[in-house]
Ligand binder design. Structure first.
Ligand SMILES: *Cc1c(COP(=O)(O)O)cnc(C)c1O
Length: 497
């Protein structure tokens, strides 16, 4: 039996400020040290499934472990299973950018730990979000119809999935409201075979029958962009079949190959059929802050909503997705709640925005402070140079690929992603053989731990994706990565012959 003192709950102080100060400084030192040495780790974790099991007891400790031991555990037990997304040699998927401003903003977000479901729950959380959503919209030169200072507005979600789901639900309910039979099985939604997989998931969650999700094929001929004519024909056929088109999702910068759907042409079709038109610019939207890329968003003024994830390329750490909508009232009509315990004067007088009615959950983080810090500490000009510098590095890589006749560019590079493959002109190989060669090359490259790349398939072509954008990446990392890839090509070609 322990003494009375052991059981005194008052001895446990989970926020002892002096202890917090010491341990927080230690953690910062740990992080800086990690960033300084990040290149010494294999970029892609070489851990095997279940690697962690034997590292820790299978029940939680009953007594506290010293903080030093805990940080030591992170270093020795967790590190081998970490894939180093912040490594300058990370070229997989799309990068997940971070910055001092984003990091510090995240610290403040956690420090305040506001749960700003409505205005009253923390007025600054809501009002700063309103401010940064309009700032961001102005920087992207969106029309006022998407801004609070105009007739629309924006909200921060965690991911694109939520943005798609919330707008889909709004579109669904708008359609059902005018349908006398209110039959959700009649509703049809549209996208392309390049639309992000989360779209189909959002549709399912919104209750759209999977057989009513039209996935329209794209081809190399249209650089994997969605052709308005095909959407028109699909909608026409569905209407003739007694179905009701409700939603079209276009993508600016697809996940596989950064293809761009023609926003204005698709907007026209959407308008013809009265469907909700959403533009998903999760990755490439950030590039549109530069005038030379803004053209990709032309026609967005005709869209009903637009989403963009600053955690991908805008120096904000996870998670952060901007969603702008032209008619927020349609979203809140679907998602608003009004429980007694949240009632307050400001909400009742409709003089404030309650962001809980613009999202899936109730609780919400103070994400806006992160974006605000990014604007505040960097300014638009630096943010534009950040985008341009990544694109410059990608161009450099593209040049190296083009200079080696064993390789080819699979689709034209638009942003900071290079899509390429090994395909020696002689001896000419069958498509399956070329695919196998590239699979082997990718595996070889990633197993070196010196860089990490991923792959995709478009139009039946298996290719490698080299995505530049990790915050710490410099010229020399791109050059070194190419050396490894080139060495890998020697290796797999030698093995083949
Ligand atoms: C990455 C990506 C998504 C998923 O975005 P998150 O906000 O990171 O969940 C959706 N659409 C496209 C085009 C993407 O590239």
């Amino acid at each position: 039996m322990g003494s009375l003192e052991d059981h005194n709950p008052h001895h446990f102080n989970p926020l002892d400020l002096e202890e917090f100060r010491t341990q927080a400084y230690q953690t910062i030192d740990f992080i800086v040290n990690y960033y300084q040495n990040i290149e010494t780790f294999p970029v892609l974790s070489q851990a095997q499934p279940g690697f962690l099991k034997s590292s820790f007891p299978n029940t939680p400790p009953n007594k506290p472990q010293p903080f030093e031991t805990t940080l030591q555990d992170v270093q020795t037990k967790l590190m081998p299973g970490i894939t180093h997304w912040l490594s300058p040699n990370f070229f997989a998927y799309f990068p997940s950018t971070i910055s001092t401003a984003g990091f510090l903003g995240e610290m403040l977000c956690t420090a305040f730990n506001t749960v700003g479901f409505n205005w009253l729950a923390s007025p600054a959380s809501t009002e700063l979000e309103i401010l940064v959503m309009d700032w961001m919209a102005k920087m992207l030169r969106l029309p006022k119809t998407f801004m609070f200072c105009g007739s629309g507005g924006g909200v921060l979600h965690g991911t694109t999935s939520e943005a798609m789901l919330c707008t889909l639900v709004a579109a669904r309910d708008r359609a059902l409201a005018v349908d006398p039979n209110r039959d959700v099985n009649k509703l049809v939604v549209y996208g392309s075979d390049q639309t992000h997989s989360t779209y189909a998931k959002a549709c399912k969650i919104a209750g759209i029958p999977p057989e009513n999700i039209r996935t329209i094929c794209t081809t190399l001929g249209s650089e994997f962009g969605l052709e308005p004519r095909l959407v028109f024909e699909a909608m026409e056929a569905d209407v003739a079949g007694g179905l009701k088109p409700i939603y079209l999702c276009a993508t600016v910068g697809t996940t596989s190959s950064t293809a761009v759907d023609p926003v204005d042409g698709l907007a026209d079709v959407a308008k013809r059929f009265g469907v909700w038109f959403h533009v998903d610019a999760a990755y490439a939207g950030s590039a549109c802050i530069c005038p030379e890329f803004r053209g990709y968003l032309d026609g967005v003024e005709l869209a009903d909503s637009l989403s963009l994830s600053p955690h991908k390329w805008f120096l904000s750490c996870l998670d952060c997705c901007c969603l702008w909508v032209k008619e927020p009232g349609l979203v809140t009509a679907s998602l608003s709640t009004d429980p007694e315990y949240l009632k307050n004067k400001q909400s009742e007088s409709n003089s404030v925005v309650d962001f809980k009615d613009w999202q899936v959950g109730t609780g919400r983080r103070f994400r806006a402070i992160r974006l605000w810090m990014i604007f505040q500490m960097y300014g638009v000009a630096n943010l534009q140079s950040h985008i341009r510098s990544d694109i410059h590095l990608a161009k450099g890589f593209e040049k190296m690929v083009k200079s080696d006749s064993r390789f080819e560019i699979v689709v034209p590079r638009r942003f900071a992603l290079v899509c390429f493959r090994l395909n020696p002109p002689r001896p000419k190989s069958k498509p399956k053989v070329v695919e196998l060669l590239n699979r082997k090359l990718l595996e070889w490259v990633n197993s070196t731990g010196r860089l990490y790349m991923t792959h995709s398939i478009v139009g039946g072509i298996y290719f490698l994706r080299f995505a530049v954008g990790a915050t710490l990446t410099e010229d020399r990392h791109v050059a070194a990565a190419w050396e490894v890839i080139s060495e890998g090509a020697d290796q797999v070609l030698r093995d083949q012959s």
